[in-house]
Design a protein around this ligand. Structure first.
Ligand code: MTE
Ligand code: MO
Length: 502
């Protein structure tokens, strides 16, 4: 595995590392329920958990191959070949694969075979044929006299093999870091917006301890993607191809993009995997180029209904063309909260479309836009059963008090966040136990594309109580009580919090 990492590093291709390719393949094969389980229980640590699991899997495979080789070296070698084949297949089936990506797993498997041969008694280095053990008269594995294995040599060779593995593995990783773009990112200077964001009114932020900040800072912004290793896209090499059902396909460089008229907007992005009460949503100030005029200039052909975007790591995301063109601020974003996009959030360019879940709109590291039909091209999650079209569902959440809080009887502030991007939140109601639904006070918002905070005062009496919330969007639709899971087009249901008042 160490030698394979070194080969991947020498190639400078992260996706050719068998470890990472198998991990990425595993992510792609993960069924929806397991993905939702992982996001629910591990959140943004889901990748760490996967890597730990992979490490355990490799250890088990190594034990199995080791035991096989104790019976017969050839079996161990066959086991290693099979192990290497998994890496080769994984690397060659990545969406960004090139034939050369087979090299690291191949070289790694050969190195493993060489090491196993070196370390197995009975081969020339340790002339202690196993057959002599078996040939003992009583059939037990008693070494014949004078056939003691040279322990010192075994240990030294073993240490040597481990040393080669460790040094090559670490060097491979260092070599792969050549592609790191954090210093390039630090040097990016973004132009000022031609269209600044509408002002955020006074009072948008409900000031209570434990309340969600109206603007999510970049380090706090939730992260959901399938990238085991963050794609490193250098803006100097970046191009965006806009093609498909267009009269005049175009290709833009990063500088071309920055020369266009940029606008800045506060937009809340949310994830289809967000559970009732969950926090897979964030609100940022995005700087970007409006996408609709770019598409119009390229001349959209009749019959097209989907804009299929693709990222540098091969993720595909399909958004309804009519939604992107209906006048909302669909952006090719380059800036987030006053800085270039963080690498984890799509540097150098991502899409943001208010009102659509991330998996059908918010392509990070975007490099390709194809104007097409839903009937012709299916995006990554759609192939896995998620809805083709997924406008965000109206959400409301109690942020304060926290679940299982212990409170003093008397007036208690109840507050939270609600969102229905691009429809806007019209009302939030709350309820204690089975009492009447009462309207909460809504904080002002800069527009309909952000979440909205709400607050109410509750006269709490001693005992255990359940607080509930529901929101109504500006189309007049109230959140349904019925709980449904995130799959296939977003969770529904009212959020509730149980508290104890003393
Ligand atoms: N390239 C790429 N873009 C992606 C994804 C991904 O897996 N790969 N995930 C999408 C999903 S499901 C969501 S919810 C948003 C999350 O964006 P964030 O990580 O910046 O919060 O990114 C979207 N864009
Ligand atoms: Mo998502």
């Amino acid at each position: 595995m160490g030698v394979a990492e070194l080969a991947a590093g020498a190639l400078g291709r992260v996706s050719s590392s068998p470890l990472l390719a198998v991990g990425a393949g595993f992510i792609d094969l993960t069924p929806a329920w397991l993905k939702d389980f992982a996001i629910r229980h591990f959140g943004s640590n889901d990748k760490t958990v996967l890597l730990i699991g992979l490490g355990a899997g490799i250890a088990v495979a190594a034990l199995a191959i080791g035991s096989l080789s104790r019976r017969r070296l050839a079996w161990g070698l066959i086991g290693l070949a099979a192990f290497g084949t998994v890496g080769i297949v994984a690397a060659l089936t990545r969406p960004v694969a090139e034939p050369v990506d087979a090299v690291p797993a191949t070289v790694g498997a050969l190195a493993g075979m060489a090491a196993l041969t070196l370390l197995t008694p009975g081969t020339r280095l340790f002339p202690e044929p196993r057959s002599e053990f078996r040939d003992a008269a009583d059939g037990t594995a008693a070494p014949a006299a004078g056939a003691e294995i040279d322990r010192r040599r075994v240990l030294l060779t073993g240490a040597g093999v481990i040393g080669v593995a460790a040094v090559s593995g670490v060097s491979g990783r260092v070599l792969l870091r050549r592609g790191d773009v954090s210093s390039v990112r630090a040097d990016v200077r973004l132009p000022r917006p031609v269209g600044p964001a509408p002002p955020v009114p006074v009072g948008t932020q409900v000031r209570l301890p434990g309340m969600t900040p109206f603007r999510t800072s970049n380090p706090d912004f939730y992260r959901v993607d399938t990238a085991l290793v963050l794609p490193q896209v250098d803006p100097r090499d970046w191009t965006l191809r806009i093609h498909g059902m267009l009269a005049r396909p175009v290709e833009l460089t990063f500088d071309d993009l920055l020369r266009l008229a940029l606008i800045e907007r506060d937009i809340t992005v949310s994830c289809v995997s967000n559970q009732v009460g969950g926090d897979l949503a964030g609100n940022a100030r995005w700087l970007g180029v409006p996408l609709a005029p770019l598409l119009r200039r390229a001349g959209v052909r009749p019959g097209a209904d989907q804009i299929l975007s693709r990222s540098s790591d091969g993720m595909t995301i399909g958004a309804p063309l009519e939604t992107v063109l209906d006048g909302r601020d669909a952006l090719l974003a380059v800036g987030m909260n006053g800085e270039p996009l963080p690498v984890a959030h799509g540097f150098p360019v991502r899409m943001v479309v208010p009102g659509l879940y991330g998996y059908v709109s918010a392509t990070k590291w975007v490099v390709d836009l194809k104007v097409t039909r839903f009937a012709t091209d299916q995006a990554y999650w759609t192939k896995r059963g998620y809805a083709e079209r997924a406008p965000v569902k109206t959400f409301s959440r109690i942020d304060v008090p926290k679940p299982f809080a212990r409170l003093r009887a008397g007036p208690v502030a109840v507050a939270g966040t609600a969102w229905a991007q691009h429809r806007g939140i019209d009302a939030v109601e709350w309820q204690a136990d089975d009492g009447p639904w009462r309207p909460a006070r809504l904080a002002p918002v800069p527009g309909i594309d952000t979440w909205r905070q709400w607050v109410a005062e509750w006269d709490a009496s001693p005992g255990s109580h359940t607080l509930r919330v529901r929101a109504t969007d500006k189309t007049g639709t109230t959140q349904p009580e019925h709980r449904s899971p995130p799959f296939p087009d977003g969770a529904t249901g009212w959020h509730s919090v149980v508290v104890t008042v003393t």
